[in-house]
Design a binder for this molecule. Structure first.
Ligand code: ADP
Length: 393
C-alpha cells in the first residue's frame, strides 16, 4: 500500500480502519454474547436446588454451585482448583474417609460410568451430611474431558424418617397393651369363664379372636420394625435345627393351604443344625410361606426346600402364584412396599414382612432374594452362614 500514490494510500487506510472497526465491534459483540451466556449459565447453576460440581480430566474442581457450597461449607476460592476427593470428603458407615478410588467421581472419570449412590459428605465444620449423588463423565467428540457430580442433601429427609420411626415405635407400644387386654378377655369368653356360649356366640368369639390375632401380628411387626430401624434388634443366637423349624411352620400353614386347595411339598432333610436366632428365622420362614400361599391362586403349588450349599444353608419357597414384575423384585424388600396384583386385596397386608425378613437375614450375615420362576410364580430364597460347618474347619 505504501508504494502507491499518497491519495490512493489514504483511501485504503481509511477502508482498512473501517474494516478493523467493524471487526472490533464484532469481537466485542461476541465477547458480550459469551459473557452473557456465562452469566446465564452461572445463574442457572446457582439457582439449581441440587449441588453441582464439575471436575476436569484429572479430578480438579473447575466449578461448584452455591447449593453445594452452602451445603458443604468452605471457601469457593479454596475449593476450586483442588482435587475433588481431597476437597470434598466422603465418609463411610463408620465415619471414616472413603478411599479416593472408590469415590463415584473417580469411577465416572476412570471408567466412564454413570454412578448413582448414597453417601455421607463431611461438611467444613466436621459434621456428616447424608446425600444422594450421581456422577457422570463429560465427553466431547468421544473424548472424556472431565466429570460432573450432582447431589442432594438428605438431612431433612433423614430427620423426617427418624420422626416417623419414633411415631411408629410409640404408636405400636401404645396399641399393644389394649390389644393384649382384648386377647385375654376373648380367651376367657371362649373358655366359658363367663358362662357357656351358644353356637352363634362361639362363632363370633372365634372371628373376634382371628381379628385380634391379625391386629397383634401387625403391632408386633411394627414393633420389630421400630427395633430394626433404631438398631436395637438383637439376635439371641442358639444351636438350632432349622429343618425342624421349617416343618413346624409348614404344619401351621398346612390346614389353611389345604382349605384353599393348595398343595404344600417339603423337600427338607431330617435334621440340619446351624447357629441362628430361632424365633426370628421362624418369623422369616412364616412370612415367606404365608406370602407364597397368599399370592398363589387356589389349587396352586408351593414347595419348600432346605439344603446346605458350601458353608451356607439355603432355604427356598417356590410358588405357582401371580409372580412379581422384574422392576419390583428389589423394591418389595423395602419398608411399607406393596405391589398391586390380583391377589393383593386392598388393606390386607402391611408391606412390612419382607422388610423384616431382609433385616433379620442381614443380621445373620446372610442374604435374601426373589426370583421369577421360568414358567409361573416366584421363588424366594435366603442363605445364612452354616456356622457349624465353618467352625468345624
Ligand atoms: P405384604 O404381604 O404384607 O404386602 P410383604 O413385605 O410380605 O408385605 O410383601 C411385599 C409385597 O411383595 C406384597 O405386597 C406382594 O405384592 C409381593 N409379594 C410377596 N411375596 C410374593 C409372592 N410369593 N408372590 C407374588 N408377590 C409377592
Amino acid at each position: 500500500v505504501s508504494k502507491k500514490a499518497s491519495g490512493t494510500t489514504k483511501t485504503v487506510k481509511v477502508e482498512a480502519s473501517q474494516r478493523e472497526l467493524a471487526l472490533l465491534a464484532e469481537v466485542k459483540r461476541l465477547e458480550d454474547t459469551v459473557r452473557a451466556q456465562q452469566v446465564m449459565r452461572e445463574a442457572i447453576y446457582n439457582s439449581l436446588s441440587e449441588g453441582l460440581i464439575v471436575v476436569d480430566a484429572h479430578g480438579m474442581i473447575a466449578q461448584i454451585n452455591s447449593y453445594a457450597l452452602s451445603a458443604l461449607g468452605g471457601d469457593e476460592a479454596e475449593i476450586v482448583g483442588s482435587w475433588f476427593p481431597r476437597a470434598i470428603i466422603g465418609l463411610d458407615h463408620y465415619g471414616l474417609p472413603i478411599d479416593p478410588l472408590s469415590r463415584a467421581i473417580t469411577k465416572a472419570l476412570t471408567e466412564g460410568k454413570v454412578v448413582t449412590e448414597h453417601t455421607n459428605y463431611k461438611r467444613s465444620d466436621g459434621s456428616a451430611m447424608p446425600a444422594v449423588l450421581s456422577a457422570a463423565p463429560i465427553v466431547i467428540d468421544g473424548r472424556p474431558i472431565g466429570a460432573i457430580e450432582v447431589f442432594r442433601d438428605l438431612t431433612k429427609e433423614r430427620q423426617l424418617d427418624l420422626a416417623k420411626d419414633d411415631f411408629v415405635s410409640i404408636a405400636s407400644h401404645q396399641l399393644r397393651t389394649p390389644a393384649s387386654g382384648i386377647r385375654g378377655i376373648l380367651a376367657m369368653l371362649q373358655a366359658g369363664d363367663f358362662g357357656d356360649l351358644n353356637d352363634r356366640q362361639a362363632k363370633y368369639v372365634r372371628l373376634a379372636i382371628l381379628s385380634n390375632n391379625r391386629q397383634m401380628k401387625i403391632i408386633e411387626d411394627l414393633l420389630s420394625v421400630a427395633r430394626a430401624d433404631s438398631g436395637t434388634m438383637e439376635l439371641a443366637l442358639d444351636y438350632v435345627d432349622i429343618a425342624a423349624l421349617v416343618r413346624e411352620v409348614a404344619t401351621e400353614h398346612d390346614t389353611g393351604m389345604r382349605e384353599k386347595g393348595q398343595q404344600l411339598t417339603l423337600e427338607v432333610p431330617e435334621r440340619m443344625y446351624t447357629i441362628a436366632d430361632a424365633p426370628k428365622i421362624q418369623m422369616v420362614i412364616d412370612n415367606l410361606l404365608s406370602n407364597a400361599s397368599k399370592y398363589t391362586p387356589e389349587g396352586g403349588r408351593v414347595v419348600c426346600q432346605l439344603e446346605p450349599i458350601g458353608e451356607q444353608v439355603e432355604f427356598r419357597v417356590c410358588d405357582t402364584g401371580v409372580g412379581i414384575a422384574s422392576e419390583h423384585l428389589d423394591s418389595i424388600f423395602s419398608k411399607f412396599q406393596r405391589v398391586d396384583n390380583e391377589l393383593a386385596a386392598a388393606g390386607d397386608g402391611t408391606g412390612l414382612g419382607l422388610y423384616l425378613a431382609k433385616t433379620i437375614i442381614s443380621l445373620h450375615n446372610g442374604n435374601i432374594v426373589a426370583q421369577p420362576n421360568p414358567d409361573v410364580g416366584t421363588t424366594f430364597s435366603f442363605r445364612i452362614p452354616n456356622l457349624q460347618e465353618s467352625q468345624r474347619r
